[in-house]
Design a protein around this ligand. Structure first.
Ligand SMILES: [Zn+2]
Length: 407
């Protein structure tokens, strides 16, 4: 066993409700704390001197300078498996070009599909690992990654195999999600309903038999898939044993309701969610995931995070890191900006990128520092946890620990 400390503060995120608003006074803070770990989990968490006396044989990992500790973060929504780059889309959009003009000049999701299809599996693995390192340096040790730039059997499987290969080369936890229903590909002969049938009949059975993902996502939007066909698709995916998540209400309202109706783990985006649907979502166990990076990338409104919490919903925040609409990939920066505009407490933001985000991925073993939880934690060289959001992402963690080990 190993005892790390003393930490000026340990912000445990323990004993907080899964749902609804939080006040900073609700946070459990252990002053001059120590974290005792063994076999990758937290054995005890208490005052450092108390633990030292109680466990005299523990190996001591002495913390120098003034440091605080908190659970490592989870990014519950990314698209970091991709080829190419869409800097030109970004420049064109900022210069006032429309979605159609960008697509006609060779940009948009379809350009990422073409670049991803021409990338080898190993090139995709390298790209994933490079981006995983960027996220690890921000203290994010659990990362969801979607397919969705392959859009046929071979290419979707290539993406998911690349994510699996990357998992073997990193200590971070990678959670793969099959997003073959990102867009009907231009080269598919048939309508969107036929493409969704193709995913159910041709792609998902192979994803299952190769054990490549146990989550299925869909982009419900006028430009992608309609509500009724999407609902049927999700129910079939559920019958096949997949967990469900939905790209919902990004530009038009109505699809978060479908996410709740099919029992999705999360409804992500929600920039356009209307009040009665916020209540419907808040009354459910479906996590509302705000993606402020997409709002910043597109110049769109933020998700109504304040209202979701006020009505009792579960709020998580994720980066949506992708080559098109959300290229930044900095979770704390985005969460801090969302907090400024939506008036979120520090406790609400920290919960949204720790245990509430992990819950959206079906993981209840992390995001909290307490006995029995996974010992993924991060430290900052500062004397107060409020400094993390105050610096809006420019204060980086001093150290990142996975399973109790410094990486
Ligand atoms: Zn997305």
């Amino acid at each position: 066993m190993k005892l790390s400390g003393p930490f000026k503060q340990i912000v445990t995120l323990n004993m907080l409700p899964l749902k609804g608003k939080l006040d900073d006074n609700d946070l459990e803070i252990v002053n001059d704390g120590g974290i005792l770990t063994e076999n990758g989990v937290v054995l005890e968490l208490d005052n450092f001197e108390v633990l030292k006396q109680k466990f005299p044989y523990a190996e001591i990992h002495l913390i120098e300078n003034e440091q605080i500790a908190l659970p490592a973060f989870t990014d519950a929504h990314t698209h970091i498996c991709f080829g190419g780059n869409r800097a030109n889309d970004f420049a064109m959009r900022n210069a006032g070009k429309t979605y159609l003009e960008i697509a006609e000049s060779g940009g948009g999701i379809w350009s990422s599909v073409q670049h991803t299809r021409t990338s080898s599996e190993d090139e995709l693995v390298d790209g994933i690992l490079k981006r995983v390192d960027v996220l690890l340096n921000q203290g994010i040790t659990t990362i969801e990654i979607k397919s969705g730039y392959g859009l046929n059997v071979d290419e979707e499987l290539k993406m998911l195999r690349a994510i699996k290969k990357a998992q073997a080369k990193t200590k971070a936890t990678l959670i793969p999600t099959c997003l073959s229903a990102h867009l009907k590909p231009r080269d598919f002969e048939g309508n969107s309903q036929e493409y969704l049938n193709y995913i159910i009949n041709e792609i998902l059975p192979k994803v299952k038999s190769e054990n490549l993902a146990d989550r299925v996502d869909i982009f419900i939007e006028k430009s992608a898939f309609h509500r009724e066909e999407s609902k049927n698709f999700l129910l079939k995916a559920k019958e096949l044993g997949f967990l469900i998540t939905v790209h919902a209400d990004q530009f038009t309202a109505g699809s978060s309701r479908i996410a709740v109706e099919v029992g999705a783990k999360s409804a992500d985006h929600l920039e356009a969610t209307v009040d009665e649907d916020i209540q419907f979502l808040a009354d459910s166990d479906t996590v509302a995931i705000a993606l402020p990076g997409a709002s910043l990338g597109l110049g769109e409104p933020f998700a109504p995070a304040r209202k979701i919490l006020n009505k009792g919903g579960i709020l998580a925040i994720a980066t949506d890191w992708n080559p098109g609409s959300a290229p930044m990939g900095n979770l704390v920066t985005q969460a801090s900006i969302l907090a400024t505009y939506q008036k979120l407490s520090t406790a609400e933001v920290l919960a949204a990128i720790t245990f509430r985000a992990a819950y959206a991925l079906g993981l209840e073993d992390r995001g909290i520092l307490a006995k029995g939880k996974k010992a993924d934690f991060i430290t900052y060289e500062t004397d107060n946890f409020q400094n993390i959001l105050y610096h809006q992402g420019s204060l980086a963690p001093s150290k990142v620990y996975i399973n109790g080990e410094f990486i």
